[in-house]
Design a protein around this ligand. Structure first.
Ligand code: SIN
Length: 298
């Protein structure tokens, strides 16, 4: 189950000389010396893809790429999601969601509270995301880190009894789960139209999913989007979810990313959850995100 995606366009471009340097952390590696603005040949692409499967989050340093290059590189991993909040798409590039706390003329230019709760991107759709690529545009002088929690390690650290109990369970995920709560705190969040609500009907997902390429199991519930365990009474469902949420983000599963200028961070939503640690209100932060569509979880 380690087949490498074959969506990379054939190219006889010369090899690039880059290093994959694992972090001293439960997950993650940095890629140093690769230039995404230059052609990437099939062998280099496969190396990147394998590193992504192994380390789950890759930090490509110093990528001075345009939005079109960001999109082209992302598309090599699969089709791209168009986020339901079309208000925050980059002009002329709907594949890019702007993640930012910046307001221009009193209006937010991006989704300012993206990632304030632990989550895996797009878990509320029948085909959640394979992975997301976030490119730093403007960084605050303090704060603004992003945390990644390894859900394979979280699964493996559960007791065999709890593993057996949750393995057959399914849970509902909903984009709307915390939407109104967030809108009450952040009134700039747009009121969703009926068409937007229709795009994000709740989805039922396995509580434990199997990574389609590595075969490893991972916990797949999140405080942001998971609303209930299907078939359990509400009290039992809430108690089990609270236990799993607390377990899944223990420090021993987490890598904390402190952003450097021009970082492009590519994480695997099938293996990880992530969280935006927060930025002081008076400091500006802006990143561009593409989101690669994945498969139906099993
Ligand atoms: C996200 O959840 O995609 C945003 C994460 C971040 O802003 O750090």
């Amino acid at each position: 189950m380690t087949a490498v995606l074959s969506r990379a366009p054939p190219t006889d471009a010369p090899a690039q000389h880059f290093e994959v340097r694992p972090f001293d952390a439960p997950v993650g590696a940095e890629i140093v010396g690769l230039d995404i603005a230059e052609p990437i040949n099939a062998a280099d692409f496969q190396r990147i893809h394998r590193a992504h499967l192994e380390h789950h989050v890759l930090v490509f340093r110093d990528q001075r790429i345009t939005p079109a290059q960001h999109i082209d590189f992302s598309r090599r991993f699969g089709p791209l999601e168009i986020h339901v909040l079309h208000q925050f798409q980059l002009k002329d590039h709907p594949e890019i969601l702007i993640v930012s706390n910046i307001k221009e003329n009193g209006e937010p230019i991006g989704l300012g509270d993206a990632g304030v709760y632990w989550h895996s991107d797009i878990s509320y759709k029948p085909k959640p995301s394979l992975g997301s690529l976030l490119h730093a545009q403007e960084l605050p002088s303090e704060g603004g880190d992003t945390l990644f929690a390894d859900q394979h390690l979280a699964w493996e650290a559960l007791s065999p009894e709890l593993q057996q109990c949750i393995l057959p369970l399914k849970a509902e995920h909903s984009y709307l789960a915390k939407y109104e709560e967030l809108r009450a705190k952040n009134p700039w969040r747009p009121k969703l139209s009926q068409a937007q609500i229709d795009q994000v009907a709740p989805a039922v997902q396995p509580v434990v999913r199997t990574h389609p390429q590595t075969g490893r199991k991972a916990l797949f519930v999140s405080e942001h989007f998971t609303t209930r365990i299907v078939g359990l009474p509400p009290g039992e469902s809430d108690a089990l979810l609270a236990e799993l949420f607390a377990h899944s983000v223990k420090p021993e599963f987490v890598y904390r990313h402190a952003w450097a200028p021009h970082d492009l961070v590519f994480w695997d939503n099938r293996s990880l959850m992530h969280l935006a640690a927060g930025t002081p209100d008076h400091l500006r932060r802006r990143l561009n995100r593409t989101t690669v569509v994945g498969d139906t979880p099993f």
